[in-house]
Design a protein around this ligand. Structure first.
Ligand code: DAH
Length: 360
């Protein structure tokens, strides 16, 4: 049977082999060849029976110590392998939680949606609610009720998209403006009325400043004694809030619309610096909307009595004032769904416009 010197050599060999094992399989082979049923340590255990008394006891204790040492060395090496595997995983599956979200992959809010929401916020603050109407209108809502008779030149000017005639010969139209919502609102509600109606409008027209589909916002205020002063104040307040400036130079220019009398177009002061327009200051003028006192015929068409209620209306191009505010040069690009354009001109989805936090 082994003497203590031979056992110490065996121990040193086993422990250094275990510590140098390159992988888990090598380690497992070492475990089998030392502690396994036919392993060197186990074989020596079996040999103990041939010894007697003290010698057996001493040899037994020495072998047991060896067994414990080898077992611990294997467990230690195994733990090292586990730790190394974990380290490797952590190195590859590393997530830097301090990195910002990837803004390049985030969607953006389209300038039309942004400007639409800004307008709703400003007029909402002035006590207006939002009204809506259908895109497909009857000729009467789009024209007749708005004091535009059949032979009126405004019908040609509107470049209307007509649907095929119905059985009775009448033709539906894609609404050419948001003004029909005035009539629908009068029919549906009791004065006092204070609404805006943002929405899509359609005309057969396309160039740098016209697209077949575009957006307008209509305004309508009707009460017993609403007058032009109210209209002016309202639009001034709107312009200051919307363009986020303290003062806006405004000019009310006499004009003509069939549905208002008197009618005015509104220009705002601006200046051009390096091809960019600056709003509110300067000696140039930019037309931004049409407005006027609602024509008695229109009030009547809405089912109300023009001797009892009066008020003002206005209509403004949403895309157009968006182009002005954000310096976007070509209207057609609004509707081309070009991702580069959307990333450049789009707005952050979480920055919802409001008057408290700022519109833009
Ligand atoms: N409906 C007109 C257009 O599309 C815009 C407009 C002008 C609307 C004057 C109004 C208004 O309500 O009073 O050209």
């Amino acid at each position: 049977m082994s003497d203590s010197g031979e056992l110490a050599t065996l121990r040193d060999e086993l422990i250094s082999a275990i510590n140098e094992a390159a992988d888990e399989q090598t380690l497992e082979d070492l475990r089998v060849s030392s502690l396994g049923k036919k392993g060197v340590v186990s074989e020596r255990m079996k040999g103990l029976g041939q010894l007697d008394g003290e010698a057996r006891k001493t040899a037994g204790q020495a072998l047991n110590r060896l067994k414990v040492e080898v077992t611990e060395a294997i467990a230690g090496r195994q733990a090292e392998f586990k730790q190394a595997a974990l380290d490797a995983r952590l190195a590859t599956e590393f997530v830097d939680v301090t990195l910002p979200v990837r803004p390049r992959n985030a969607g953006t809010i389209h300038p039309v949606s942004q400007v639409w929401e800004e307008i709703v916020q400003v007029f909402g603050d002035l006590g207006f609610s939002v009204a809506e109407g259908p895109h497909i209108e009857t000729d009467w809502y789009n024209f007749g009720a708005l004091n535009i008779p059949d032979d009126h030149p405004a019908r040609q000017e509107h470049d209307t998209f007509y649907f095929n005639p119905r059985e009775d010969g009448s033709r539906m139209v894609l609404r050419t403006h948001t003004s029909p919502v005035q009539i629908r609102t009068m029919q549906d509600s009791e004065p006092p009325i204070r609404i805006i109606a943002p929405g899509r409008t359609f005309r057969c027209d396309s160039d740098q400043t016209h697209t077949p589909m575009f957006h307008q916002v209509e305004g309508l205020v009707l009460d017993e004694d609403t007058h032009l002063g109210h209209l002016k104040w309202c639009l001034e307040e709107f312009c200051k809030s919307f363009f986020e400036v303290d003062e806006v130079k405004m000019r009310f220019r006499a004009s003509h619309f069939p549905f208002t009398e008197p009618s005015m177009e509104v220009d705002i002061g601006c200046s051009w610096v390096d091809g960019q327009v600056k709003i509110g200051v300067g000696d140039d003028w930019m037309e931004i909307l049409g407005s006027g006192m609602v024509h008695p015929n229109v009030i009547r068409a809405g089912g109300l009595d023009p001797d009892k209620v009066q008020g003002f209306a206005f209509g403004m191009g949403i895309d157009r004032i968006g182009m002005l505010k954000y310096g976007i040069p070509d209207l057609r690009a609004f509707f081309e769904a070009d991702l580069r354009w959307l990333r450049h001109y789009g707005f952050h989805p979480l920055q919802v416009p409001n008057l408290a936090g700022g519109l833009s």
